[in-house]
Design a protein around this ligand. Structure first.
Ligand SMILES: C[S@@+](CC[C@H](N)C(=O)[O-])C[C@H]1O[C@@H](n2cnc3c(N)ncnc32)[C@H](O)[C@@H]1O
Length: 269
């Protein structure tokens, strides 16, 4: 992840949050990903994978993190900030999305009509001393661009707020003057996750430990893939990826499958 090893004072991240982008099974979408599925546009990562990125190693003693979060990922974003070495402080920016004709974007959410996104702020060290301007506003009124694209205005306001400091954009899709940029969309490289532990990648090893702990409580050695979300908060797409890895490393074995109960497994190690 760190081609140019540098200590950054500003981290600006728009993580590829996973919504459990399972292929929609409705007749309308014909079992294909639709425009509203994030995986239609780019790869996504589980919260554990995002939290495990070695961001701590890239930080100066005093640093500020700006992180876009969807409304649903708010608790995950605060967890990721903590794992990266930051303490959540506030919502730095609220982006009120405008259409190309300048009207407020407004679409049906599960609860209320939506039209904005939030960018959180977390700090490390004596970051308050980094502030250069007290005139930077929270509300950003900008037109929306392509899917997931965030307004350039936010980068400008970050620099106005904190000055011209070493800064990096993570999960970037374009290289902007003054910023280092890392992310599949800008350099074609996927962030490297930590080295495997006992033949398992770190997120899968953590997942397996949690799974075994939960099974110990019931005294069972068998489990169904559909039971996992009751114990561990991971999206279905991530669960199926993790189970494949556990199966191929010999940690679990598939014992049966049925339309009603899904895949059943047995712990092998
Ligand atoms: C939410 S989008 C970022 C959009 C960006 N802020 C913009 O304004 O265009 C997330 C980006 O992260 C990239 N990505 C997903 N998984 C990744 C990984 N493992 N390593 C690096 N980049 C990844 C995706 O390809 C996508 O470009």
């Amino acid at each position: 992840m760190t081609d140019k090893v540098k200590k950054y004072e500003i981290i600006y991240a728009d993580p590829a949050w996973s919504f459990g982008d399972k292929i929609r099974s409705s007749k309308k979408s014909n079992n294909k990903l639709t425009y509203r599925d994030l995986a239609f546009h780019y790869d996504t990562m589980s919260t554990t994978e995002i939290a495990l990125l070695p961001v701590k190693e890239m930080l100066a003693d005093n640093a500020v993190c700006f992180m876009w979060s969807t409304d649903a990922h708010l608790p995950d974003a605060i967890k990721v900030m903590k794992a990266w070495g930051f303490k959540y402080k506030t919502i730095a920016f609220i982006w009120n999305k405008k259409t190309s004709t300048g009207k407020q974007v407004c679409f049906m959410g599960k609860w209320t009509m939506k039209g904005s996104e939030i960018c959180l702020l977390g700090t490390k060290g004596k970051a308050h001393n980094m502030i250069q301007s007290h005139k930077v506003r929270q509300l950003v009124e900008s037109k929306r661009g392509r899917h997931s694209e965030k307004p350039d205005e936010v980068r400008k306001r970050i620099v106005e707020l904190l000055g011209n400091r070493p800064r990096v954009e993570l999960f970037a899709r374009e290289k902007v003057k003054g910023w280092h940029a890392m992310g599949f969309g800008v350099d074609g490289k996927l962030f490297a996750l930590p080295e495997p532990e006992n033949g398992l990648s770190k997120p899968v090893s953590l997942f397996y430990k949690k799974l075994v702990t939960e099974l110990k409580k019931t005294g069972a050695n068998n489990f169904g893939a559909k039971e996992i979300p009751l114990w561990i908060k991971v999206s279905p797409a991530t669960i199926s990826r993790y189970l494949k890895e556990l199966e191929s490393a010999g940690y679990i074995i598939k014992t049966s499958s049925s339309r009603l109960d899904g895949f059943q497994y047995r712990i092998e190690k």
